[in-house]
Ligand binder design. Sequence first.
Ligand SMILES: [Zn+2]
Length: 287
Amino acid sequence: MTYQYVDAHCHIQFEQYAEDDVELIERMRAEGVIGIVVGVDYESSHKAVALAEKYEHLFASVGLHPNHITKEQFHIWNYRTLAEHPKVVAIGECGLDYFRPTEVNDEVKRAQSEALRAHISLAAESNKPLIIHARPSKGTMDEYHDLIKILKEAKTTYPTLRGDIHFFVGGVSEMQELVALGFTISFTAVITFTRDYDEVIKAVPLTSILSETDAPYVAPVSRRGKRNDPFAVIDVVAKIADIRDESLETVREALFTNAKHLLHKATNILHSLSTKEYENTKQSKRH
Ligand SMILES: [Zn+2]
């Protein structure tokens, strides 16, 4: 078995997996799924790094989720130590979340954008991509407009800044602006049960798409309501191919390549993982 899929965003360090994470991670290896384990605060970022250190097919991203900035302050020096680890391939998830208008007032928005800017500095200094959480208030694109503004500004200081917009819920014009800024767009298994994203999935260049699951959240239609896991990335890739009317193999290979490009720092590790046979690794480990 060779590695064929990258789940660019999962949280398998969360307690939902405490009972069976070892089996799950071994099965990922057996089924050819590489995972980027994403932190949402210091503790979960630390756990993500520990998993990445232990398993060759897991990588980590470290950051503070915008909904957690009320519980924890983002101290760059704290996260810098984690970010230096060679298997930390991205900074995040960070970003802006305007979804709950009663909780998200101007002060909260200001704090979120401040934390996002600090993540941008860390991404720039460590030359790693950002993993961005972007959620507008209901029925609007308000948050995307603020995000695009911040990223445009940041690009003038850090021209090589790049990253992924995780769980994309924007429209075609927001997608185009973000792609023009050098960001990829990723989709979860939500695309298996709603047609809301078909237009944007058809419009986005194949070179700018990543597959992800956001597990344990949003299980695909076949397992709706249950705990999600990184295997859903297989459903996501198939659905993207279906919506775009392209061959499954073309899409699978393109999305795997996109993940390798984004995860610049880990390219060599990912390359060797995607070409070597799993059986060989298993055997060499026995000796
Ligand atoms: Zn997430």
